[in-house]
Design a protein around this ligand. Structure first.
Ligand code: WQD
Length: 368
């Protein structure tokens, strides 16, 4: 038996004997979804290793995570596109699996800069998958690779009906959604070629809200594209009013309907997905949504009710690429993983507002 393989076996025996918490590599772990998932992983007795280049996140998050969880954070600063770096990280930490969140995620930006998105999202996934192949699959190596992948409801394109189940046809209305679709198809091909892979694909609907401590939250670069951070910036006075993109959709009040899911529920979904893959070894694809659709004006009303803050708005033209309605049928996640969203829209609004109040300029200027 090669010396490397023997060393790996010894390392795993040591880990078992030393009761070290099992490690999980969390790419994009300093981002909005990554940071909240980090906290839930630690609470579940799992030791996350963050791999992040801070292109779409702030270094201050690392200190906030140490503050919330009471222990230093294992950080590997670098780009998931740097395959030798990723391979080295995997060999040094020997994680039980990988949760892959790193990537770009602004729909509008992806329309303007498609190549940036194809390179960062698809290129990043290829780099990670090949690094995992090299580290897990060889005989005597770490064993069957385990991956939880951050996908998106945008792979459904413009759904013919709602609510949406996982077997709905896939499409895309923008390059961002296209990258998620391509990566899902790549993962299907990898599993067909190497059945040892254990892969959980999570199709997020609309994440919103923040950790109750208000130490971590959503802090987009520049002017927010997403509704909730835009709302909180209007409420705190950083932006003059909310532009409601379209008042003539075929929806109850004419404005776009989406499935908003609390970031804490979404983060829980990652831990549950990881555990299911470890327990059964069976791959799956699930929607992570609440199963309820809310219009833009519903969200504005819920925000005002939850915070008492006025939100001036104007109804303007539709935003290119938007669909009228998109909300989940989350019953497969419930049946397969025993997971369901528990937080309300009002809690998302209250938690998002608390984050914005405590961090008026986001992470840049620290907590108020
Ligand atoms: C929600 C609703 C807008 C801003 C995208 C991605 C999805 C996920 C979330 C990454 C729509 C309306 C918004 C504003 C508005 N991204 N709106 N004024 O487009 O549903 O989803 O972001 O994981 O994958 O596709 O989210 O928050 O941009 O829009 O009226 O200033 O709010 O028209 O109806 P979206 P969103």
């Amino acid at each position: 038996m090669p010396l490397v393989a023997f060393a790996h076996i010894l390392f795993h025996l040591y880990k078992k004997v030393s009761h070290q918490a099992p490690r999980i590599l969390l790419t994009g772990g300093a981002g909005y979804i990554g940071s909240h998932t980090f906290v839930k992983l630690r609470e579940a007795g799992i030791e996350p290793v963050i791999l992040d280049n801070f292109a779409n996140s702030h270094p201050a998050v690392v200190d906030r995570l140490a503050q919330i969880t009471g222990a230093p954070v294992l950080l590997e600063r670098g780009d998931v596109l740097d395959q030798p770096f990723v391979e080295d990280v995997l060999r040094r930490h020997a994680p039980a699996g990988v949760i892959h969140l790193a990537g770009d995620k602004a729909v509008g930006e992806s329309v303007a800069q498609p190549l940036k998105y194809f390179r960062s999202n698809i290129g990043g996934a290829i780099s990670l998958l090949q690094a995992m192949e090299a580290v897990y699959l060889p005989v005597g190596a770490l064993g069957a690779p385990l991956l939880v992948f951050s996908s998106s409801a945008t792979v459904y394109g413009d759904p013919a009906t709602v609510p949406i189940t996982e077997d709905f046809p896939r499409g895309h209305t923008d390059p961002y959604g296209h990258t998620k679709l391509v990566i899902e198809e790549m993962l299907d091909a990898v599993r067909a070629a190497q059945p040892a892979w254990r892969i959980g694909v999570l199709r997020y609907f609309n994440p919103a809200g923040a950790h109750p401590s208000a130490l971590i939250g959503e802090d987009p670069n520049g002017t927010p594209a997403n509704l909730m951070p835009y709302l909180t910036q209007v409420a705190i006075g950083r932006l003059p009013h909310l532009r409601v993109f379209g008042g003539d959709y075929p929806t109850p009040d004419g404005t776009g309907v989406r499935d908003y899911i609390h970031i804490q529920d979404l983060a829980d979904g990652h831990v549950v997905a990881l555990r299911a893959l470890q327990r059964t070894g069976e791959s799956f694809t699930v929607n992570l949504g609440t199963g309820r659709g809310y219009s833009v004006l519903d969200v504005v009303k819920a925000f005002v009710d939850a915070t008492g803050r006025p939100v001036p708005y104007r109804i303007v033209d539709r935003r290119p690429g938007d669909v009228a309605q998109c909300y989940a049928d989350p019953s497969r996640a419930k049946a397969l993983l025993g997971w369901e969203a528990r937080h309300t829209l009002e809690q998302m609004c209250a938690d998002a507002w608390r984050w914005q109040q405590r961090n008026p300029q986001g992470y840049a200027t620290g907590a108020a």
